[in-house]
Design a binder for this molecule. Structure first.
Ligand SMILES: Cc1ncc(COP(=O)(O)O)c(C=O)c1O
Length: 381
């Protein structure tokens, strides 16, 4: 009998081009082990104690320096609050800043688990249209005439699932609207540091002087999801509200043990090197997926992502990607159907592929299997 350890397990004979988690082979075990050994050898046991509510101060200091470099903008430890990842941060923000029945805007389409967290808090979810440049501001303005949202949850860079990035002009207008209509922008910047082509736009994290902006960051895609470690960057007023919450008052700061170890990974410069290596690893994977798609899949359109993990493929209207997925298993390939990412049951003719999980050879093989599966649909016998 085997007992579960990981959230998902891909059968070895399947190439799951939908899998959105990093491949275990990329986790820098030795780097983390060395940092842990050094921390244990120091003999200071304070990281085993209830932690400071805002998060280990030395960890925040190291993280602020790392982010200043990576984000290309000065970041301050005072505006950082340590979390157990973006998912837990969203949950805490709902607890503290919204009540059952309040409205939250989400992008249509979006990272499919976020609406589940909002639903756990009984929030009313209203989808806002997107295009290849991210959230459509006119659609937001129309909805602001009808609704009074507490939150707008956006993935402004290397979006999951669409790969799109919100333009600077739209960012500026979105910030204005959040101030005029008094809602909080929850900017999920999980992929900000994973840009492979041109320079990314300045993150929302650079605006901690604006009370309406909350930036969410995570170690899940730049180091390892099992750490359950992330951060919020926000205005002092928001940080103060987080710090005095019952959860933090009772349990102390989040993950002081993990933070103390990861502080070493950051201070040694190893995290920066690792992120650099990830970019070098993922860039050719993106390129090979793009060229395989162009060569082998007809009838699809997509925008090439500049970073992150995902391709978002559009098929002709009559295609139902859920049906294709059912058949795909026979071809030992998998993906995620578009409807998973829609809060309206839309995007039935889209699929999400992840280029980060597998190496180039497996991506090539996966796309060939997908081609075979799609060809069988066109010629059923
Ligand atoms: C856009 C986005 N946000 C958040 C997460 C999850 O973040 P965390 O592991 O920090 O909870 C993911 C994971 O795939 C993601 O793609």
């Amino acid at each position: 009998m085997t007992l579960p350890i990981t959230q998902s397990q891909i059968p070895p004979d399947i190439i799951d081009l939908g899998a959105g988690e990093p491949n275990q082979s990329i986790f820098p075990l030795d780097m983390i082990r060395r940092a842990a050994e050094e921390r244990f050898a120091q003999g200071d046991k304070s990281f085993l104690q209830y932690g400071a509510e805002q998060g280990d101060g030395y960890f925040r200091l190291a993280l602020a320096k790392f982010l200043s470099q990576g984000y290309g903008h000065p970041m301050t430890p005072e505006n950082i609050f340590v979390t157990a990842g973006i998912s837990s941060a969203l949950d805490l923000l709902c607890t503290l800043f919204a009540q059952a029945g309040d409205t939250t805007f989400v992008e249509e389409t979006t990272y499919f688990v976020a609406p589940k967290i909002f639903a756990d808090h009984h929030l009313n979810i209203v989808p806002i249209a997107m295009d290849e440049n991210g959230l459509v501001i006119e659609a937001l303005e129309e909805n602001l005439k009808i609704h009074k949202p507490k939150f707008l949850y956006t993935i402004p860079i290397h979006h999951n699932p669409t790969g799109s990035t919100l333009t600077d002009a739209r960012r500026a207008r979105l910030i204005e609207l959040s101030q005029q209509s008094n809602f909080l922008i929850l900017a999920d910047e999980a992929y900000q540091l994973l840009s492979y082509t041109n320079d990314p736009p300045k993150p929302f994290a650079a605006h901690t002087n604006v009370e309406n902006i909350i930036s969410l960051g995570s170690f899940s895609k730049i180091l390892a999801p099992g750490l359950r470690l992330g951060w919020i960057q926000a205005h002092q007023k928001i940080i103060k509200r987080l710090v005095i919450s019952g959860l933090l008052d009772s349990g102390g700061g989040m993950n002081p043990f993990t933070s103390a170890i990861i502080r070493g990974v950051i201070e040694s410069g190893n995290l920066e090197k690792h992120v650099h290596d990830l970019i070098k690893t993922y860039r050719p994977r993106l390129q090979i997926m793009d060229s395989m798609l162009k060569q082998h899949l007809t009838d699809i359109t997509y925008t090439i992502p500049n970073g992150g993990y995902f391709f978002w493929l559009r098929f002709p209207e009559q295609v139902n990607s859920k049906e294709i997925r059912q058949r795909a298993k026979t071809f030992q390939v998998d993906f995620r159907q578009g409807t998973l990412f829609s809060s309206t049951g839309g995007s039935h003719n889209y699929i999400r592929l992840c280029f980060a999980h597998y190496d180039e050879a497996r991506i090539e093989e996966g796309i060939l299997r997908l081609k075979e599966c799609l060809n069988t649909e066109r010629h059923p016998n």
